[in-house]
Design a binder for this molecule. Structure first.
Ligand code: ADP
Ligand code: NA
Length: 347
């Protein structure tokens, strides 16, 4: 049996917020640190995907570098995990083309992502007159590139949030379809669902924390200073019920803060959000929020310092070295697959 290959990707959207960290990156680090020695881990900054929504070259350059620094700052080790820019590995786009020759428009039409990115209803058709002018081919075929990202490295396990399971199913179909036509070359990956629930916005706790919300107080960035963390937690929308309790429907704001505390714990001896509520039961909202910001600060301090020295300080060279190392290793990994793929299809 082939050793495990873990692959995941993230768009280079600059500095991650606490939702990105608790929902994705923290799990990536844990997978790395718990992995058996024969496990390969690949984490891609998917800059080609970012082109479907982003058109400012300077900003993309900056965000890509910030995200790379963030991945290393949160604890990914470039000597252990292969961290790389998608665009530096041309095999991703080559395999995408090959997969797209067998990808059905009907299947892609049913995917939800292009609809939500364009704010279209779920039953939209790409052939509607009004839709087809707005819908670009790259956004529509995004899942095919994502399938190629995964398959080109023979990933066996792909950690994703629940909103991405549809795309993984599509990747599995691409692999099985290819293998059906040409023989067993590609590996159909398994999903590793992220254990984390959604971290909610601090100011509008019925919405998920997201970089697309205009209010910067709605989210904590992993590089926020102690003062910024305190200020944002203090202004988080809660309620005037006395005492602390866990009740996501009745008290979404407080419950979100309890969830954040819950996810910040290292997983041994984890207290549930309900148990945490018991611990803080008698505190005033103000005292509870001080506990929450203290805990966030405690967790993010090291990350913030590491990020600063990677981006501005003495570790700047490490970023370039990590990028080159990742590029080389990822190209090698992809090349192996492409040799078999080209051979199988007659190229
Ligand atoms: P955003 O919503 O800010 O645009 P992305 O869609 O770029 O974030 O998500 C990047 C990663 O972070 C994905 O794996 C996603 O599942 C995770 N993620 C984003 N927001 C949250 C959140 N509020 N809670 C938990 N995970 C999140
Ligand atoms: Na998003």
């Amino acid at each position: 049996k082939a050793p495990p290959v873990i692959f995941s990707g993230i768009q280079p959207t600059g500095i991650p917020h606490l939702g990105n960290y608790l929902g994705a990156l923290k799990q990536w680090v844990k997978l790395q640190n718990d992995a058996s020695p024969d496990t390969t881990l690949l984490y891609s900054l998917v800059d080609l995907h970012a082109l479907t929504t982003q058109e400012d070259p300077d900003q993309l350059r900056q965000w890509r570098r910030d995200m790379l620094a963030a991945l290393i700052a949160v604890g990914l080790n470039p000597d252990r995990s292969i961290i790389f820019y998608q665009s530096k590995v041309p095999a991703h786009t080559e395999l995408m083309w090959i997969l797209s020759t067998n990808a059905s428009m009907g299947y892609l039409s049913r995917m939800t992502q292009w609809k939500s990115k364009l704010d279209l209803p779920d039953d939209s058709s790409p052939f509607d007159a009004a839709v087809k002018m707005k819908l670009k081919l790259g956004l529509f075929s995004y899942p095919v590139l994502q399938a190629a990202d995964i398959l080109v490295h023979r990933a066996t396990h792909v950690p994703v949030g629940s909103d991405q399971s549809q795309h993984l199913e599509f990747a599995r179909d691409c692999a099985n379809g290819f293998n059906h036509n040409y023989g067993p070359v590609l590996v159909a990956p398994d999903t590793l669902l992220s254990p984390a629930k959604r971290v909610m916005s601090l100011t509008r706790p019925h919405l998920k924390m997201s970089k697309s919300h205009t209010d910067p107080k709605s989210r904590i960035m992993i590089t926020d200073s102690r003062e910024e963390i305190e200020r944002k937690v203090k202004s988080a929308l809660t309620d005037s019920v006395s005492g602390i309790s866990y009740d996501p429907t009745g008290r979404p704001g407080v419950s979100n803060l309890l969830e954040i505390l819950f996810h910040l714990q290292d997983d041994h001896d984890q207290a549930s959000p309900q148990e945490l509520a018991k611990i803080y039961e008698a505190l005033s909202m103000r005292a509870f929020k001080e506990q929450v910001s203290g805990c966030i600060e405690h967790h993010l301090r090291g990350i913030r310092d590491a990020f600063a020295s990677l981006v501005r300080g003495s570790d700047r060279k490490r970023l370039d070295e990590a990028m080159m190392l990742g590029t080389n290793k990822a190209n090698q990994s992809a090349q192996q697959t492409m040799d078999s793929v080209r051979n199988a299809i007659g190229l």
